[in-house]
Design a protein around this ligand. Structure first.
Ligand code: SF4
Length: 223
């Protein structure tokens, strides 16, 4: 199946940004959004990729080998997955980088992160409705030691250069440019899987679920 490209509308409300930034001044947030909104250009590419083979500690997806026992376990009973790349473009991060006011720089950067998470959520909802899948989860290379950042390379190779159509490239150091870009693989699941459930990092603002020691044992990450 050919790569699908989506242009994604992003709407950010003053209230949600106030809550996330812990700012009480509505006018200040309104001003920040007036700066940020026009600089957000949200796009996604995704594939519908068959799983060709499964091993103890990896899988072959559309001819490309991925090594991770966690990813492999998550794909039990799954025969197709949705590799994706989403971005909000480079303009907002450039604006933030050139800000001399460090607090404003932080606010614009955080608004970019919030927008990026909304864009991924939009893609998830698109996949739900387009493929009639009740529950989807995702994993991203580098989110767990068991699926290291180097696995960006095989992930990007699934797109055969189609990421350039949304202005994204992967550097030799596995950095995605623009930096406000996320990638990963959506897969059907019975219950929502969060990499955070297997991650012991403390004090992470992005944590979506508590660390679960029993689950870590089920994934053979712990004795
Ligand atoms: S807790 Fe933080 S670092 Fe760990 S997987 Fe979740 S978001 Fe990533």
């Amino acid at each position: 199946m050919a790569t699908k490209t989506l242009q994604i509308p992003v709407s950010l409300s003053v209230e949600e940004i106030k809550n996330k930034l812990r700012v009480v001044d509505s006018e200040q947030v309104q001003n920040l959004l007036e700066v940020a909104h026009p600089l957000i250009s949200a796009q996604a590419v995704y594939e519908v990729s068959p799983i060709d083979e499964k091993f103890v500690d990896g899988v072959i997806i559309d001819g490309i080998r991925f090594s991770s026992q966690v990813l492999r376990k998550n794909l039990d009973g799954v025969d197709k997955v949705f590799p994706y790349i989403v971005t909000i473009g480079s303009k907002l991060e450039e604006k933030a980088r050139h800000c001399t006011d460090l607090l404003e720089q932080y606010y614009l950067d955080t608004i970019g992160n919030i927008a990026l998470m909304k864009v991924r959520k939009h893609l998830e909802e698109h996949l739900h409705s387009s493929f009639a899948i009740a529950c989807l989860s995702y994993m991203s290379p580098g989110s767990l030691p068991n699926w290291p950042i180097e696995e960006q390379k095989p992930l990007f190779s699934l797109f055969k250069g189609a990421e350039h159509s949304i202005g994204v490239r992967l550097t030799e150091n596995m950095l995605m440019i623009p930096r406000k870009t996320v990638s990963g693989i959506f897969f059907p699941s019975e219950v929502t899987f969060y990499s955070c459930q297997l991650c012991q990092r403390e004090k992470c603002d992005g944590r979506k679920a508590k660390y679960n020691e029993d689950l870590a044992r089920q994934y053979k990450l712990k004795e």
